[in-house]
Design a protein around this ligand. Structure first.
Ligand SMILES: C[S@@+](CC[C@H](N)C(=O)[O-])C[C@H]1O[C@@H](n2cnc3c(N)ncnc32)[C@H](O)[C@@H]1O
Length: 244
């Protein structure tokens, strides 16, 4: 059932993308052949398109370069043409040198003016009671949209999470961080813990979640007090500091 929902939703989203960005499917096919990329599912790409169309972020951070980079670039170019005051740019982070070389070599010429691909080997990121991985070397800009599709998030201690969205809050001054996560349930779970379930709903059938998160200061040492951890009648603890 889950697979059927996912297949149908991907089919619908692919058609919507094809209609909105004519020619991008040919670019994707070509890029896939040359790069062997794992790709990003069309559901995630369509959620990203909708969010970017709505908020028109000037700085887009992509975590995990690949075919998704082409779709983001085609959209930014379209928006730039339609809105002359819009100057959107994409910083696309890749953690693995081999894939960085492949992506840099195969990014179509027509997208190079709106995309910068940056090599950033993964780096551990600790925030409060959570352990994640970010890309190192992320250039400092005012990002307000993040597509989470990397870096690898497991290690000798088990499953961590992709934390670029929280690192982006450190380096950007945007008050709200919009974004989409492709799969990566552990990332969405951290978002849900901090902001509540409504902030990023996730179903395996879609294998993606979108979010719009106000910036938080998760290093604030004050959140050890009992009032930041609510307890239910049945003894369930919830971390509620950032849900107010
Ligand atoms: C899910 S992939 C990112 C895919 C990318 N967003 C796209 O749309 O093509 C996550 C990471 O896997 C690595 N990767 C890319 N292509 C790969 C491949 N063909 N096989 C194994 N790993 C790959 C890269 O380090 C990449 O950042």
């Amino acid at each position: 059932m889950r697979k059927m929902v996912q297949r149908a939703a991907n089919y619908i989203c692919k058609r919507k993308i094809d209609r909105l960005l004519p020619g991008v499917m040919d670019d994707l096919q070509d890029y896939r052949k040359k790069s062997g990329t794992t790709g990003t599912q069309f559901i995630t790409l369509w959620m990203s398109i909708q969010t970017i169309q709505k908020h028109r972020p000037n700085w887009i951070l992509e975590s995990g370069t690949g075919s998704s980079t082409l779709v983001l670039a085609a959209l930014v170019k379209k928006l730039r043409k339609e809105h002359p005051d819009y100057q959107g740019k994409i910083v696309s982070m890749e953690s693995v040198p081999e894939w960085f070389d492949v992506a840099t070599k195969n990014l179509p010429e027509k997208y190079r003016d709106v995309v910068e691909i940056v090599l950033g080997p993964r780096q551990k990121f600790e925030m409060a009671m959570y352990r994640g991985y970010i890309h190192s070397n992320i250039p400092k800009h005012d990002y307000s949209f993040v597509l989470i599709d990397g870096p690898a998030f497991t290690d000798e201690a088990g499953v961590a999470f992709c934390a670029d969205i929280f690192h982006a809050m450190d380096i950007s001054s945007a008050p709200v961080m919009h974004g989409v996560s492709d799969g990566r349930a552990s990332t969405v779970m951290v978002i849900q813990h901090l902001y509540g379930v409504r902030a990023a709903r996730y179903w395996h059938g879609l294998y993606a979640a979108r979010f719009s998160l106000p910036r938080i200061d998760f290093r604030n040492p004050d959140f050890i007090t009992a009032k930041d951890f609510a307890t239910s009648f049945l003894g369930r603890l919830d971390f509620v500091k950032f849900r107010r």
